[in-house]
Design a binder for this molecule. Structure first.
Ligand SMILES: [Zn+2]
Length: 332
């Protein structure tokens, strides 16, 4: 495995960082039920930096990494004042720039290409590729405050529904219906049902995908964007990999284990791509140094190796070794 720049940068990078010797456990994998040669990884809460420790199982058979014992009360790990899915608007200037980016990123002009490379909204790109028609009925599961659906409305989409248990209340605005709750409360059929970094937070993986499959209109698809354990970043950083996000991320699927749960829900993988970003490296560097993601030091870590990490992310995505996957599922 060699880096596209002609050096062995990525293999050197893994050798430098991967020094983990995880203990073996007899505990069962909750996805494939394998109980042989599974390993335990202890990871700390590092988004806010409480550094509470949580045990994850890495399955020797299907490759999933999953939280072993889910805390009875998860709400304390999603503080309403600061959890990122509900604070996407930011300052007025930043919000204006994001709207400008979202409306300009489509198209084939040089400006649109530059925006896609340097200021990507990868969630929006995945949605517009999956739903070229503006009349697509869209359901976004775990929609946060609805920022992605608002970006789609700006592009002309009119049938947009979002559902999230952490919303304070249901609401309706031009073309966008937001529901407070889980997927099981949603009625109707949809052409595109998406999970943008939400499925990994949900305890029952198969039942959730089954509920999505039941709500698909004929010809519809389920789009899952999710962190993956089949990645350069997980291999290199282990317990300090930012996307473990202990204990909020319950399941870090491998390419094989996401296909396994999809099959149990009556779905099959039509396409699997990577859309990982430089954050997989710079934020994991922060965790190696014991610095929480919410620290003011984040800006310095982000800038330190940004060019190198951007190149490595592109390379990892091309090799299907990026730490985020975009999976298109269709009825089996
Ligand atoms: Zn397994």
């Amino acid at each position: 495995m060699r880096y596209s720049g002609g050096t062995s940068l990525c293999s050197e990078f893994i050798t430098e960082n991967a020094m983990f010797n995880y203990p073996v456990t007899a505990r069962l994998c909750s996805i494939c039920r394998n109980d042989s040669s599974n390993r335990i990884i202890q990871a700390s809460e590092m988004m806010y930096g409480t550094k509470e420790s949580f045990a994850y199982l890495h399955c020797a058979a299907c490759g999933v990494v999953h939280l072993l014992d889910i805390p009875a009360d998860m709400s304390r790990f999603y503080p309403a004042q600061s959890y990122y899915s509900f604070h996407t608007a930011g300052y007025r200037l930043r919000a204006t720039m994001k709207r400008w980016r979202d409306t300009l990123q489509e198209g084939s002009t040089p400006a649109a290409g530059w925006i896609r490379r340097r200021l990507p909204n990868v969630a929006l790109s995945a949605m517009t590729l999956a739903a070229p028609s503006r009349s697509t009925r869209v359901l976004d599961v775990g929609c946060g405050d609805g920022a992605l659906l608002r970006s789609m409305a700006l592009l002309g989409y009119k049938q947009l529904t979002g559902v999230d248990p952490l919303l304070t209340a249901a609401s309706q605005e031009s073309g966008i219906r937001l529901l407070k709750g889980r997927l099981d409360i949603v009625q109707g059929q949809f052409d595109l049902i998406s999970f943008h970094h939400s499925l990994e937070h949900i305890p029952d993986q198969v039942e959730t995908l089954r509920q999505a499959a039941e709500r698909l209109a004929p010809g519809g698809i389920v789009l899952v964007r999710i962190p993956t354990s089949d990645s350069l970043a997980f291999t290199a950083y282990g317990p300090n990999w930012v996307q473990l996000d202990a204990p909020r991320h319950l399941y870090l699927h491998s390419h094989r284990s996401i296909a396994h749960v999809a099959a149990q829900a009556g779905l099959s993988v039509r396409e699997l791509l990577c859309d990982s970003q430089p954050m997989q490296f710079w934020a994991s560097d922060m965790y190696c140094a014991g610095v929480p993601l919410m620290s003011p030091a984040a800006r310095a870590f982000k800038r330190r190796h940004l060019r190198r990490y951007r190149e490595m992310s592109h390379w990892a995505n091309e090799q299907l070794r990026g730490d985020q996957i975009v999976v298109t599922l269709v009825p089996a």
